[in-house]
Design a protein. Structure first.
Length: 462
């Protein structure tokens, strides 16, 4: 845990009537109460024309629909809830909030609101004088390019110092992602080949078999690169590629992640293929001539001692054949005298969702004909998700405790935007693809050595 570890004594969350609160925050708060990590006042703030009773009713319905109602835990949560209804542009809203905060000295302000409102809320909080020992928790997207991210950082840093800013990437709260560093650095068997001398390429696939699910207006503002690549998948890549931190405190870990991004050259537009599934433009809120991508494939390089010369391929998209996030580390061909066997490259396969899998692809002789070989996977570990801490429960608990390990630092955010900005500004073409396929045909021009490995999902674990 970081030195900034004094626990917050009130949680204030703006956007209490919103979709994120309904689907994620209230269930996470109930889980925190049940686990014993939340026993301080929770003040919801929104302009909804609501009162406290309606907020509690909404919270109960949220828990019932998204995770399951625990009567005892919800009763405790309900007793902690308070509500402030008002416009974020109105100073009276913040005066009322101060009255609700009362004698609390270390509030945590959670901005579960659109980025356009961040500056207004931070300015309102600053004028109250109740930010000295406070923390601020910011939802993604953190800007939409390098310039806007810097502007947003400047707004925040006028009121909060960097150690008290927690930029959420809830993907880091997922247990398999969170555990990747342990997997890497707690197992000596990996280190000898985890480098450019033995690894030929890395590919990361994040596939979703559904579309935008009625959120077309939101998706029009982001697209796949901004929505999941620049944040979620870069974090996965940083976990895979970072050097061992000197210590396990948050700053030491985040230092190494930033070094990975600093070693990456800006994304060349020719190394980005964007696609849009057929039917996207008919979604509510989507422009009839939309050029927003629902699929992206890109090729990157990390120009470091460990990774120079190893191409990294990332693809992500909606309306693909399966819902799955998987990593494939393909190794170089061994120098061997068994030329007649037509050996394939060994690989390490890590699946993050829907189940958790670790497998090793190995060449073995065919059981049918010993003069031939086949690639067989040694399944080292496979299990479905257990009933574990939800991502939002984990990140909110850590933020209130002052542990910044799972949160993006200012320099990390700006480096990530630096990498993708040139390609996003280049206005590359968007190619149409059929739903339930692996993207547009043009992705063939951006194919890893040995080809893309398409995840196969067992429906029993999906």
């Amino acid at each position: 845990m970081s030195p900034n570890s004094t626990h917050s004594d009130t949680l204030v969350f703006f956007g209490a009537t919103g979709d994120l609160a309904y689907k994620k925050i209230f269930p996470a708060l109930q889980a925190m109460v049940k686990r014993g990590t939340l026993d301080v006042p929770v003040i919801g703030v929104a302009k909804g024309g609501w009162n406290l009773d309606k907020l509690k009713e909404r919270a109960k319905d949220s828990c019932e629909k998204h995770g399951g109602l625990d009567s005892a835990a919800f009763e405790k949560l309900s007793a902690l809830l308070q509500y402030v209804d008002g416009d974020y542009n109105d100073a009276a809203t913040f005066q009322t909030l101060c009255q609700k905060i009362g004698s609390a000295q270390r509030p945590a302000y959670y901005l579960a609101i659109p980025p356009a409102a961040f500056g207004i809320v931070v300015e309102g909080l600053s004028k109250t004088g109740r930010t000295r020992n406070a923390r601020v928790i910011i939802e993604k997207p953190f800007g939409r390019d390098l310039q806007s991210a810097r502007e947003l950082n400047n707004i925040l840093l006028q009121t909060f110092d960097e150690k008290r800013i927690f930029r959420i990437d809830h993907y880091l709260g997922k247990q398999p992602v969170h555990s990747m560093l342990f997997f890497r650095f707690a197992n000596e068997m990996l280190e000898p080949f985890w480098n450019r001398s033995h690894i030929d390429s890395i590919q990361i696939t994040m596939a979703e078999d559904f579309g935008v699910q009625g959120r077309g207006a939101f998706y029009e503002q982001v697209g796949t690169v901004r929505d999941v690549v620049q944040n979620h998948l870069f974090q996965v890549l940083a976990n895979l590629a970072m050097e061992p931190p000197i210590r396990t405190d948050s700053e030491s870990v985040r230092d190494e992640k930033v070094k990975v991004l600093k070693a990456m050259s800006p994304l060349d537009p020719k190394n980005l293929v964007r696609g849009q599934f057929r039917g996207y433009r008919q979604e509510p809120g989507v422009a009839a001539d939309s050029k927003v991508e629902t699929f992206a494939a890109l090729k990157l390089h990390i120009d470091s001692w460990r990774w120079r010369g190893v191409p990294i391929y990332i693809r992500a998209g909606k309306c693909l054949p399966v819902t799955c996030t998987e990593i494939l580390i393909r190794l170089r061909q061994p120098p061997t005298m068994y030329k007649r066997y037509n050996l394939e490259s060994n690989y390490v396969r890590l699946r993050i969702s829907p189940d958790i899998v670790m497998g090793f692809g190995m060449n073995v002789t065919s059981p049918v004909e010993e003069s031939r070989s086949q690639l067989s996977e040694l399944l080292a570990s496979r299990h479905p998700y257990a009933k574990e801490m939800d991502a939002y429960e984990r990140v909110l608990s850590d933020a209130m405790a002052g542990d910044a390990t799972l949160f993006a630092r200012e320099d990390y955010v700006e480096e990530a935007w630096r990498v993708v900005d040139p390609a996003l500004k280049a206005d590359t073409p968007v190619h149409e693809y059929e739903p339930k396929t692996w993207g547009p045909a043009e992705v063939e021009h951006l194919t890893p050595p040995g080809g893309w490995q398409d995840p196969v999902v067992n429906n029993s674990t999906a």
